[in-house]
Design a protein. Structure first.
Length: 338
């Protein structure tokens, strides 16, 4: 004989409660006293009862899942964002479906269709892709709650990000206040929204200091370790700066290697400041001075906003900006002006 199928009635009998109470515990549709909820959960465990997630989804018209399209979760910065998002989803009883789509439009569109087929309750998008057709598809999802992270795209969705203009200004101003005038900049790719904002902040600080733009060394590169290494090599060929602002910590790490190969000691011969404040930044030798971007907080706030919207029907804010902060370590040593 096959094993008897356990039903919700069996759980109610085992826990000594009504069928409706068991249903409320499973679906969270009504307050149930903690001791009663504990008895129901214990009964389900004792009987080996596993409610059908599909049945629950059909009944509640929700799947308790949030989807995410991310550029690359192996990048330490994006990994921290995902970590924050996943922690808050777990705490709120939601599952996270993560799709590493790079900045490839075809892949993003394919993954988007997959997430929609899985009937996600909400969507988080974090990409540097500026393809208008992709964003047009996102705008068409006007009935799906959505948070767009670290983007300046015009969307009818909540946009959460750090103030990169302020962050760029903080970095450049710190180098200026430290006495440097010949400053080199390792920026991200042309058109990258956060790189563009950071350069805008740098431009403000440098201009206010009365430094002519033609005396500023600026090289673009990929926001990776290898990108920073190559950009730093190119920058050193243009001339030797007194200090460097790398537009993220990964570029700064590449710049460390290129500087060492050129026989330059940090910070004695060359000061360097990064951006993001990755965990590894404090373990570099010398420890990297950087701009702290609340990466974990970006993901955590995105999840909190969406879950509150789904549970309490609150309105999604249009934008939420988190403030970057300067973190001073050992890679910048002030220089007295002559």
């Amino acid at each position: 004989m096959g094993r008897k199928s356990i039903s919700i009635k069996d759980v109610a009998l085992e826990a000594g409660v009504s069928v409706s109470t068991v249903s409320h515990v499973m679906n969270g549709t009504r307050f149930v006293k903690p001791e009663t909820r504990g008895r129901v959960n214990a009964a389900m465990g004792n009987l080996g009862y596993h409610p059908s997630s599909l049945a629950r989804a059909l009944k509640m018209n929700r799947t308790m899942t949030i989807g995410m399209l991310v550029t690359n979760s192996t990048n330490p910065f994006f990994a921290e964002v995902v970590h924050g998002l996943e922690d808050k989803c777990f705490q709120g009883g939601y599952s996270l479906i993560l799709c590493n789509a790079g900045d490839n439009t075809e892949r993003q569109r394919t993954y988007l269709k997959t997430l929609l087929m899985k009937r996600i309750d909400a969507l988080v998008v974090m990409t540097a892709n500026t393809d208008p057709e992709f964003y047009q598809e996102l705008r068409a999802l006007d009935d799906l709650p959505m948070v767009v992270l670290d983007s300046d795209a015009e969307m009818d969705a909540c946009v959460v990000g750090d103030d990169s203009v302020l962050g760029g200004r903080l970095a450049a101003q710190f180098l200026l206040d430290s006495g440097f005038r010949r400053i080199g900049f390792l920026t991200g790719p042309v058109g990258h929204p956060r790189s563009r904002d950071r350069w805008k902040g740098c431009h403000q600080a440098v201009s206010e200091a009365g430094i002519a733009l033609d005396s500023v060394l600026k090289v673009t590169g990929e926001l990776t370790i290898s990108g920073g290494y190559t950009a730093m090599q190119e920058l050193l060929e243009l001339g030797r700066p007194e200090a460097i602002f790398a537009f993220n910590d990964l570029m700064a790490m590449g710049a460390y290697r290129a500087a060492a190969e050129a026989g330059l000691a940090i910070p004695d011969d060359l000061s360097i400041i990064g951006y993001d404040d990755l965990e590894i930044a404090s373990y570099l030798i010398p420890a990297l001075t950087t701009i702290h971007q609340p990466s974990y907080g970006l993901g955590a706030r995105a999840a909190e906003i969406l879950i509150e919207h789904l549970e309490k029907k609150t309105k999604l804010p249009a934008t939420l900006t988190l403030e970057p902060q300067l973190v001073v370590r050992d890679s910048v040593v002030g220089r007295q002006e002559e």
